[in-house]
Design a protein around this ligand. Structure first.
Ligand code: SF4
Ligand code: MG
Length: 336
């Protein structure tokens, strides 16, 4: 069967005065219809650049897609021109970002902003589109939608603005919704409401979701599959269960140890993994995590580890999975 989105060996660089920053270094993944894939990792790991590339939003220059195929709904969208990409963005791929204020137009009513895409991509009349805008605001649970549709963004609270963004993104029934840190700017209660809303809407509309986040609590709440990125590469991927309960990459262990246990309400402060990611102007020849990895062996600094299959759909890129590697005990993570 065909995946809705299928990405192979994506490489994206930014050409700066200092040299070539290799932001995404050979990432492959897929998303199926109706499912949620979470992409997790520290800031700067390439997760935003990866999805911005899918949406054709990499500023070029300085950015350049060096290689890779991005098959969306049976088309290689790397071959499309700007106009065709813009059409796909407005209708088949929706997106929401961390800060709705930067993507909402402050001079236009919320209703018109939802209606615009419908008029443009679905050829609705202005009245039809505004009626649909009201329906969408109801769908994202904005109270008093009939009046609120005439509000400007500044008249909405932060949580309501994010709901409005979701309404805009979903108005044209996209097959894929890309959500880049959609709740990071919101307080915890509103965060949970937005995630619940996204889950409900996914159930109703069948849209697939790529969720980018560094919050593993949110991942556990909504994702079926998870890809862990580090220094521009995917280092481990698998089902939610695989990643949370059978993680095999030391970086994933570190991520999981830095969040409170899922089964307790105890709010422990985040324990960041010691050290910093490598400079992507000059990535190391071996494993990019070696400088921060307590298990690093000589080969780790010499050769990059390849993806090792662990079980159906679960892979990790780590020399510890080599049959001749020393056996190490996984530290206590979320799964205990
Ligand atoms: Fe650590 Fe080596 Fe595995 Fe990299 S390949 S994560 S350095 S053990
Ligand atoms: Mg980001």
């Amino acid at each position: 069967t065909q995946h809705l989105l299928d990405i192979k060996d994506l490489r994206v660089s930014f050409y700066t005065y200092a040299g070539e920053v290799q932001a995404v270094r050979g990432v492959s993944f897929y998303v199926d219809k109706g499912e949620t894939l979470a992409i997790v990792g520290e800031s700067g790991c390439g997760k935003s650049v990866t999805v911005q590339t899918v949406m054709g939003l990499i500023p070029s220059p300085p950015g350049r897609v060096k290689s890779g195929n991005i098959i969306f709904d049976n088309r290689d969208i790397t071959t499309l021109n700007d106009k065709q990409m813009e059409n796909i963005r407005g209708s088949e791929i929706g997106m929401i970002f961390q800060d709705p204020m930067t993507s909402l137009n402050p001079t236009m009513t919320i209703g018109r902003q939802i209606a615009e895409g419908l008029i443009k991509h679905q050829h609705m009349s202005k009245n039809q589109a505004l009626q649909r805008a009201i329906d969408m605001l109801k769908m994202v649970q904005i109270p008093n939608a009939d009046n609120r549709v005439n509000n400007y963004p500044h008249q909405f609270s932060g949580g309501m603005r994010q709901r409005a963004m979701i309404a805009i993104a979903l108005a044209c029934n996209p097959k894929l919704l890309i959500a880049d840190e959609p709740t990071t700017a919101l307080d915890v209660t509103i965060q949970a409401q937005i995630i619940d809303l996204m889950k409900d809407l996914q159930r109703e509309t069948g849209t697939a979701i790529i969720l980018i986040t560094h919050d593993l609590g949110i991942v556990a709440d909504i994702a079926q599959r998870v890809m862990v990125m580090y220094a521009g590469e995917a280092v481990e991927w698998g089902s939610l269960r695989d990643i949370f309960y059978e993680p095999r990459h030391p970086y994933t262990w570190g991520l999981l140890q830095s969040v409170p246990r899922l089964d307790s309400d105890e709010k422990k402060p985040l324990v960041p993994i010691n050290g910093t990611p490598p400079d992507l102007l000059a990535p190391p020849p071996g494993c990019a995590f070696a400088d921060r990895c307590q298990y690093a062996m000589r080969i780790c600094r010499q050769q990059p580890p390849e993806a090792m299959p662990i079980s159906g759909g679960h892979y990790a890129c780590c020399w510890l999975l080599h049959p001749e590697a020393p056996k190490v005990e996984r530290p206590v993570t979320l799964g205990g």
